[in-house]
Design a protein around this ligand. Structure first.
Ligand code: HEM
Length: 549
């Protein structure tokens, strides 16, 4: 009898009391964690939104609605230079602080946020968290971005840019009654096709060709989905368990199941392309007419150690290069056309520069004339200042012993970042930050004496479109080349203007009636953060000018 009653008691404990005890322990854990994070945490005194002090779900929510950059900017305005954007994260809106986080000697490294974005079994140059591993990869992958590699790729780059120009100037819908202007086109769509076609060609020697083969356009949504998944995992790594055990705990599996399927398709496809490329390289007996990046990377040896990258690493690098380069330059191109189409003085000035420096569109290529087009460069930089292509905060984790940023101690393992969009709109560096003024970037030489409102050296350092220090963009030169050639060739070939229909003009602009008050600035090109920003518009009408072939 006694035995039966103790079994009943045990069952009672298991069924009734254990869940209650577990629940109570859970509540106690959450309550103590909250109290700790608010009052005793090393960042307890740093101002920021209440919810962000408690959980990364605050940042995750803004990643979900894709307004991270606007939110952080307004938080800096509300709380000041240093804010708390997650329990263990601070953001610093200051050039000196930024250098302390990203500079060559900084005691910070990429950490768990980048691990959470990793889809491949091995690290790539982008998500390598170990500094030594990164240095090795940078030396090897960097060989694909050398000046000579770029020059060797010039004809392929120009071929894709010409396809872009032709697609935008496509005569379909040309209306002679309206002076030969073609029907409005969404520049961002064609710029995205250009970016993807170009980078797949440069990396694999085989392009997605989306500009000329509409059937291939399913590739772009895959890239967008990958970015969506990446940026959410980036904001709340603890909830995303990509590549780790306990997949059922992964928020991505629950919330983004369809996104995950597309993302996996994308990763699988790129891995396949990389493996084909490795195989082709092994069997190739003749010197190719042009070395693509895969070929350079497959054959790259570390000058110090003689090491090479193994096939798994090469697959990871291929995925990184296409994902990092597939839709970033397109934001710069689209933003530049957006701001030029709304700023007639800048438009006229750029048109004068390009059409007077080059005798024909074919003369626009790599060389000293292109690099002396300072106004062109100013137009591009100013567009990327107001609307930076990568507008999420690039988190860095403090290393052993921690680090002090603008007087705030960041203990080891805690996270700091400077946010590009907040820096680019900081009035201390860029007065009247929402005005599009390419003159800010003209060199302070006698040639521009009367018009230069040249920014200070400090403000130049605040330009973070390509980040700063050893983890800055490896493809800065390639990106500027692509941006300059695309903008210059299209400006040389055609006039452009905003369409007559207000509903078309509004695409890409802020909307004074938007339910999100942060999206109401009409003259600002709107970005949607998915690591590299998504975007729409501008819709523009083009007209081939006399002499434009
Ligand atoms: C306008 C165009 C571009 C912009 C604004 C841009 C911006 C950036 C930024 C801000 C970073 C730092 C990311 C971080 O710290 O997490 C970065 C890194 C990187 N970018 Fe770009 N990028 C552009 C184009 C490209 C292109 C065309 C490629 C070509 C494949 C590329 C490849 C990379 C790679 C591999 C890294 C990682 C570098 C490292 O960690 O050492 N980017 N880029």
């Amino acid at each position: 009898m006694a035995g039966t009653s103790s079994i009943v008691h045990a069952i009672y404990v298991i069924i009734i009391q254990l869940p209650l005890l577990t629940f109570a322990a859970g509540i106690l854990y959450i309550a103590t964690t909250c109290i700790y994070r608010i009052y005793f945490h090393p960042f307890a005194k740093i101002p920021g939104p209440f919810l962000a002090k408690l959980t990364d779900a605050y940042a995750l929510y803004h990643a979900w609605i894709k307004d991270t950059h606007l939110t952080i900017y307004s938080l800096h305005n509300q709380y000041g230079t240093i804010i708390r954007y997650g329990p263990d994260k601070i953001l610093v809106n200051d050039v000196d602080g930024m250098k302390e986080i990203y500079g060559f000697n900084a005691n910070f490294r990429k950490g768990r946020e980048y691990e959470a974005m990793r889809f491949n079994p091995v690290h790539s140059i982008f998500n390598a968290t170990d500094k030594k591993m990164h240095r090795r990869k940078r030396r090897l992958v960097g060989q694909g971005f050398s000046d000579s590699a770029l020059r060797a790729s010039e004809s392929s780059i120009l071929e894709h840019i010409d396809r872009f120009v032709n697609a935008v100037l496509d005569e379909d819908g040309r209306d002679e009654k309206r002076g030969g202007w073609v029907a409005a086109k969404d520049v961002s769509v064609f710029a995205s096709y250009l970016s993807l076609d170009l980078i797949t060609d440069l990396v694999f020697g085989k392009s997605t060709d989306t500009l000329i083969k509409p059937d291939n356009r399913q590739f772009r949504p895959l890239l967008v989905m990958t970015g969506t998944r990446m940026t959410m995992a980036f904001q709340m790594p603890s909830a995303f368990r990509t590549g780790k055990s306990g997949q059922w705990l992964d928020l991505g599996t629950w919330m983004l199941h369809n996104v995950d399927i597309l993302r996996a398709q994308w990763a699988g496809m790129l891995r396949g392309w990389a493996m084909d490329r490795i195989q082709a390289e092994k069997t190739c007996t003749t010197e190719p007419s042009r070395r693509d990046m895969m070929s350079t990377i497959i054959n790259a040896t570390d000058p110090d150690t003689g090491e090479t990258l193994d096939p798994q690493e090469i697959g990871a690098e291929a995925f990184t290069l296409i994902t990092a380069g597939g839709d970033t330059t397109s934001v710069g191109i689209s933003a530049t056309f957006f701001y030029l189409s709304r700023n007639p003085i800048a438009y006229e000035r750029l048109v004068r520069e390009i059409r007077s420096r080059f005798e024909s569109v074919d003369a626009i290529r790599i060389g000293s004339t292109l690099s002396s087009c300072h106004y062109l460069r100013g137009c591009i930089d100013e567009a990327m200042r107001i609307s930076p292509p990568i507008a999420v905060p690039l988190y860095r984790e403090a290393g052993q012993g921690g680090a002090t940023i603008c007087g705030v101690f960041v203990p080891e393992g805690y996270v700091a970042a400077s946010h590009v969009y907040a820096m680019h709109h900081n009035e201390k560096y860029y007065p009247d930050p929402y005005s599009y003024r390419p003159e800010r970037w003209l060199p302070p030489t006698p040639a521009y004496e009367n018009e230069s409102i040249s920014v200070t050296q400090e403000a130049k350092s605040a330009f973070l479109a390509f980040s700063h220090g050893p983890r800055n963009c490896i493809a800065v030169n390639l990106a500027y080349l692509n941006l300059s050639l695309s903008v210059a060739r299209l400006v040389w070939m055609a006039d452009f203007r905003v369409p007559h229909y207000p509903s078309l003009v509004r695409i890409g602009e802020g909307d004074p009636n938007d339910k999100n008050p942060l999206r109401r600035r009409v003259n600002e090109y709107q970005l949607y953060d998915i690591f590299a920003s998504d975007k729409k518009g501008p819709m523009l009408e083009f007209r081939r000018r006399d002499g434009g072939r």
